[in-house]
Design a binder for this molecule. Structure first.
Ligand SMILES: [Zn+2]
Length: 338
């Protein structure tokens, strides 16, 4: 079988790889229906996050179960399933608390930009759809695997409530879907911070009521202006830089909440600024597994269309072009079909 391997900065290859097999009785093997390139894949692609050796890529996936290990009970061959980027047993204390990405037995699923994938801890990790989906639902079901689940967690962590004023920092796929999530949770005003016209349009389609193009201090000043000097009730931080994090903290009203899901790169919080901001900070790697049943149901009933974030569809063997297009911001997110 063939899969995607990153060799170094901007060197992505699609090449022959060993075919995954059942290694433990709790594994499942799935045939990928669709995979995609994540914004976080761009950190190693750009060389900002170093890799020590050629590294298989991909952590967002959905597909058809081909084979299961002898202990797997909840999914069976022929079912269409979705999982998250961390395999989790869904039974340990951290899973029970709803933090499956901190599962005591978690394993990173990192070889999904391929035709076949081994998923560990299949019973805890995979959720089957009610039936094999029609083609048009596949992009939205794939989005549930990470970007929609992560945007949803950002909104949950930011304590979005009906009637709330919400700011979304970041106009990548996660930020856009964070806006969609806030809308689903009843936010009244959703302010998207974006400088890119195509992304602004999608943010508005997903429910944004205002667009702010300024960044940094100017961005904070504009949010204050739009909220009568108060700041927002809930802020979703979906970037992971020093500037975006401080922008989120300083845009939040005293007593408000920030959900941060951008993987931090060089973020250092100043104790004094955080202290006097009087805000709730909650975030981390989204426990997407917690939300899978609910989000699959929303997509299955066609109440939301998060698959709209995929504005480039490529055959899997052209994965390198998917990385290039996202790196150059020609695409928001690339969908890959084996
Ligand atoms: Zn667990």
């Amino acid at each position: 079988m063939k899969g995607t391997v990153l060799y170094g900065p901007r060197d992505v290859r699609f090449e022959e790889r060993p075919e995954p097999r059942i290694e433990k009785p709790t594994d499942a093997i799935i045939r990928i229906s669709a995979a995609c390139v994540c914004g976080s894949d761009l950190w190693p692609y750009r060389g900002i996050q170093k890799i020590a050796k050629p590294t298989p890529m991909g952590h967002e996936y959905c597909g058809i179960v081909e084979e299961v290990g002898s202990e797997v009970k909840s999914v069976k061959p022929g079912q269409f399933v979705i999982g998250s980027f961390f395999a989790s047993d869904n039974i340990c204390p951290h899973c029970h608390a709803g933090y499956q990405t901190s599962c005591q037995r978690r394993e990173f699923v990192s070889t999904a930009q391929a035709s076949i994938l081994r998923v560990p801890l299949a019973d805890g990790t995979l959720v089957a759809t009610p039936d094999v989906p029609s083609e048009d639902l596949i992009p939205s079901l794939l989005a549930v695997s990470d970007v929609f689940g992560t945007g949803w967690f950002a909104a949950v962590a930011a304590n979005v409530k009906p009637g709330a004023t919400v700011v979304v920092v970041g106009d990548g796929a996660v930020g856009l879907l964070g806006g969609l999530s806030a809308k689903q949770m009843g936010a009244e005003r959703i302010i998207a911070m974006s400088r890119h016209e195509s992304r602004q349009r999608l943010a508005s389609e997903f429910g944004a009521t205002d667009i702010v193009t300024e960044r940094g201090e100017g961005g904070v000043a504009r949010i204050k202006e739009l909220t009568g000097g108060l700041g927002a009730d809930s802020v979703l931080e979906c970037v992971g830089t020093q500037e975006s994090m401080m922008q989120a903290i300083l845009s939040t009203r005293p007593g408000g909440s920030i959900g941060y899901v951008g993987v931090p790169h060089g973020v250092e919080l100043e104790g004094e600024k955080v202290f006097f901001a009087h805000v709730h900070l909650h975030g981390g790697p989204a426990p997407v597994r917690r939300f899978l049943p609910e989000l699959i149901d929303l997509v299955w009933k066609r109440k939301v269309n998060p698959g709209r974030v995929f504005d480039l569809v490529l055959p899997l063997d052209q994965v390198a072009e998917g990385y290039r297009a996202m790196d150059e911001r020609r695409a928001i997110k690339a969908l890959l079909r084996p």
